[in-house]
Design a protein around this ligand. Sequence first.
Ligand code: NAD
Length: 362
Amino acid sequence: MINFDVFGPEKIIEVYDPKTKMHGFLVIDNTILGPGKGGIRMTPSVTAQEVADLARAMTYKCALADLPFGGAKSGIVGDSRSLTAQQKKDIIVAFAKSIKNLVPDLYIAGPDIATTQEEMRLFAQTIGDNKACTGKPIDMGGIPHELGSTGYGVFLATKQACEFLGIDIKNAKIAIEGYGNVGSFAGKFLTEIGAKITHVSDRDGLTHNSNGLSHELLIESIEMYGSVIKHPNSLVFHNDTILEADVDILITAAIPDRVRLNDVDKIKAKLIVEGSNIPASIEVEKALHAKGIWVVPDIVCNTGGVISSYTEHINGTPEDMFKRIENTIPKNTKLILEESKAMGKIPREVALEIAKERILKS
Ligand code: NAD
């Protein structure tokens, strides 16, 4: 059952189109700071509850990132792989038509699982307003995902957290869980400042070299074999072993619930940066904190994507986007870690308090 509280959700909309069999949900969680921002995912199992949880996460993320956006999310029930291109288009058009009266004043869409810039093109065209969504193709003023906005923010948060903890980032050993959009860009920017990445995992395994892995060779391995595990001169292990890696810093950039309670004692890293969404529950984060492991929460460090969305929304350039990330994520990381230390609370609790205060004060 969806819970209501002081923030929302303000609207829970379930739509169905008998002609295309489009069945979707839109949850607009909170619009105090601005129109609800959140992507459209298409999965066979999506539910109103899942969409509501994701919409709430967007409310907090946008508040923390100092954006004039609220939180929202959409979900369309369907397996995009079993649909023809035309069926998928018809479903997106039907969904856009069914929520048209709310867009973009109360809801601004974006891509998420199984929706890309082409679906965003169609969505904006159906609504008849370029402001209907972000993540559009370049010819419609979109800022491409391939610039690595989220990975850049994760990199900056890592650097800032290292300063706070007195870790010399250039001499630290770093593990990255997942080397897709988020992980590979975090890896690229870390490599550029001379940091040493010793462990990288993906769907197929974990590759390790204690002298450091090469970002270029990791990308080459992905391009040629679809995985990082063919990086030359490295040892290959099961991807689960990333948590036991003998490193100073662990960056998560793959799956939710990666770190469970029974993993806490295995972890050697002193710092975990949550590039992925919800890699650990609050209980796990409390256990990590009790063990002296600092966590930079997802809602603080992986907001580069939504900052990029906002920049696109106001017709900004990629340069504006990078600047805005530089002005937001390190500042928030520092604030949350310092307050956490001063108040004896875990960083997520502090981050949530700050986000809630920013919303309720305005
Ligand atoms: P992606 O699909 O580009 O990459 C995912 C990576 O995770 C791939 O390297 C894949 O092989 C790997 N992976 C899958 N299962 C794994 C496993 N069991 N162990 C290790 N690696 C595994 O996805 P992405 O866009 O990089 O997103 C990664 C995470 O970050 C997700 O949780 C996503 O929700 C979150 N996130 C992404 C963005 C963004 O802008 N892309 C923004 C905020 C949060």
